[in-house]
Design a protein around this ligand. Structure first.
Ligand code: NAD
Ligand code: UGA
Length: 459
């Protein structure tokens, strides 16, 4: 079927950039992104492109080029479903916070609501595409909802997981390593493959059965996160043995079977997906009674929690075992550079630990607001909102955050951090002035020459 109208439910980090690129590369397809969050839709429609709800390099330019031509943002969900031949479900699938599977399983209520909405509204045949990351066999549940509407509308379900990373979303979408489409209907698969075919070569468009596609997404994230936990585990051993984790990473990465990417030791991985998807994988394995499989993957998360905790423990013990009343300047709050996303950022957990020790945390992040930092901490429910707002402050400049600080903790690898006037920062800090570089972005000997007490990960 030649597709001319697409709708995407969910105007988030995936729905927004993905559909913007599809619209750019398919000017003859009308793409409508819908969301129940009216504020988010209003922000996507804002004339001031700096107000888009998501910061991604290159995104604003594409929105500028396509919005109002063949890309639309709307809260009229039913209308968009009704008029589209293909509907992407790109809603959030967070870890469940209640009931069976609490803290482990993916919460599929938003996905199910979408399926029920499509079932209610559709009067013509639809291809429904799972874009959200979902537990293997979710398509079965979606199909069952869609097939029980009592109407004779035909629904084909495809799985088309997204592999973009935040901060590089547009580049990842424009030049994907592969596009994965799982399904049972060849026609439906080819309809979607044609859309991607506008800019992705056919040999990179992988067709599989729907279950392989669903499971490949969880597996890809599990493997990626496992590499980080593996190098982070080695970083702790490096610190005991005078080995340097960067040198070890380089040495192993030159083995073409291992490869050089995703071997940067850090304060721990964050982001909305690695932890959620691995917990989900562990939960699925347990639900099939595969204890050894579940325990194996769970270790990736346990090691990551350990890495965050040992960073803050090391900071506290270096500051003479107390940070009470001390100003700790954070550089970065986002879970990685070039994004305003803070979900599961290591900074949140390190700050929480330091706040338990009564530290004053003052943060500078080029893209994250004070309001967001407060809501991240409040979400943990460790202490009252008043206490969080008293103990944590955001500043407009890095120099304010670090003035009179006892220590700097580098939590995100923003490039600009490397270019700061570190001599000025040193002069303005309390002495001894400590740097805890959770991203290994500064030069140890340069910092020591200035006078800092510098420590990093795995050295
Ligand atoms: P998000 O929270 O940024 O966006 C989801 C949007 O869906 C929200 O704006 C929400 O209001 C909307 N929504 C929820 N229920 C709805 C409903 N019933 N009707 C209409 N709108 C509804 O989430 P995201 O980061 O874009 O992630 C979406 C999915 O993609 C998740 O399954 C995630 O695991 C997966 N994924 C995310 C990334 C990433 O980098 N963030 C990458 C690959 C895959
Ligand atoms: C990750 C995957 O890379 C994407 O392929 C996937 O689509 C996405 O999850 C998802 O499903 O949500 P993302 O979380 O946006 O993308 O960003 P990454 O670049 O993977 O970084 C994740 C975390 O790992 C960050 O906190 C980052 O700083 C950390 N990291 C990454 C390291 O500590 N070391 C590394 O070598 C690489």
């Amino acid at each position: 079927m030649k597709i001319t109208k697409i709708c995407c439910i969910g105007a988030g980090y995936v729905g927004g950039p993905t559909m913007a690129v599809i619209a750019k590369k398919n000017p003859d397809i009308k793409v409508t992104i819908v969301d129940i969050n009216a504020d988010r839709i209003a922000a996507w429609n804002d004339n001031d492109l700096s107000k888009l709800p998501i910061y991604e390099p290159g995104l604003a330019e594409i929105v500028k080029e396509t919005r109002g031509k063949n890309l639309f943002f709307s809260t009229e969900i039913d209308k968009a479903i009704d008029e589209s031949q293909m509907i992407f479900i790109s809603v959030n699938t967070p870890t469940k916070t209640y009931g069976k599977g609490k803290g482990m399983a993916a919460d599929l209520k938003y996905v199910e609501l979408c399926a029920r909405n499509i079932a209610k509204v559709a009067t013509t045949d639809k291809i429904v595409v799972e874009k959200s990351t979902l537990p293997v066999r979710t398509a079965q549940a979606i199909k069952s909802i869609l097939d029980n509407t009592g109407s004779d509308v035909n629904f084909e379900i495809l799985s088309n997981p997204e592999f973009l990373a935040e901060g590089t979303a547009i580049q990842d979408l424009l030049n994907p390593d592969r596009v994965l489409i799982g399904g049972a209907s060849e026609d439906a698969i080819e309809s979607l493959a044609n859309i991607y075919g506008s800019w992705v070569s056919q040999d990179k468009i992988l067709r599989t059965n729907v279950w392989s596609s669903e499971l490949s997404k969880l597996t890809a994230n599990a493997f990626l996160a496992q590499r980080i936990s593996s190098i982070n585990a080695i970083s702790e051993l490096c610190e005991q043995t005078e080995a340097d984790v960067n040198e070890v990473a380089k040495a192993i990465g030159m083995d073409s079977r291992i490869g050089p990417k995703f071997l940067k030791a850090s304060v721990g991985f964050g982001g909305s997906c690695f932890q959620k998807d691995i917990l989900n994988l562990v939960y699925i394995a347990r639900s099939y009674n595969l204890q050894a499989v579940a325990d194996y993957w769970e270790q990736v998360i346990i090691l990551n929690d350990h890495q965050k905790r040992r960073f803050s423990d090391h900071l506290i013990s270096t500051l003479y075992n107390t940070v009470s009343g001390k100003k700790i300047g954070f550089l970065g709050w986002a879970f990685k550079k070039d994004t305003n996303d803070t979900r599961e950022s290591a900074a949140i957990y390190v700050a929480d630990h330091l706040l338990n020790e009564q530290a004053n945390v003052v943060v500078y992040d080029p893209k994250v607001s004070n309001e967001k930092m407060q809501s991240d901490l409040n979400y943990l429910n460790t202490r009252s909102e008043e206490e969080n707002s008293k103990l944590v402050k955001a500043t407009e400049t890095p120099y304010e955050a670090l003035k009179d600080a006892h220590a700097v903790a580098i939590m995100t690898e923003w490039d600009e951090f490397k270019t700061y006037d570190w001599k000025r920062i040193y002069t303005e800090m309390k002495k001894p002035a400590f740097i805890f570089d959770g991203r290994n972005i500064l030069d140890k000997s340069e910092m020591e020459k200035i006078g800092f007490e510098y420590s990093s990960i795995g050295k």
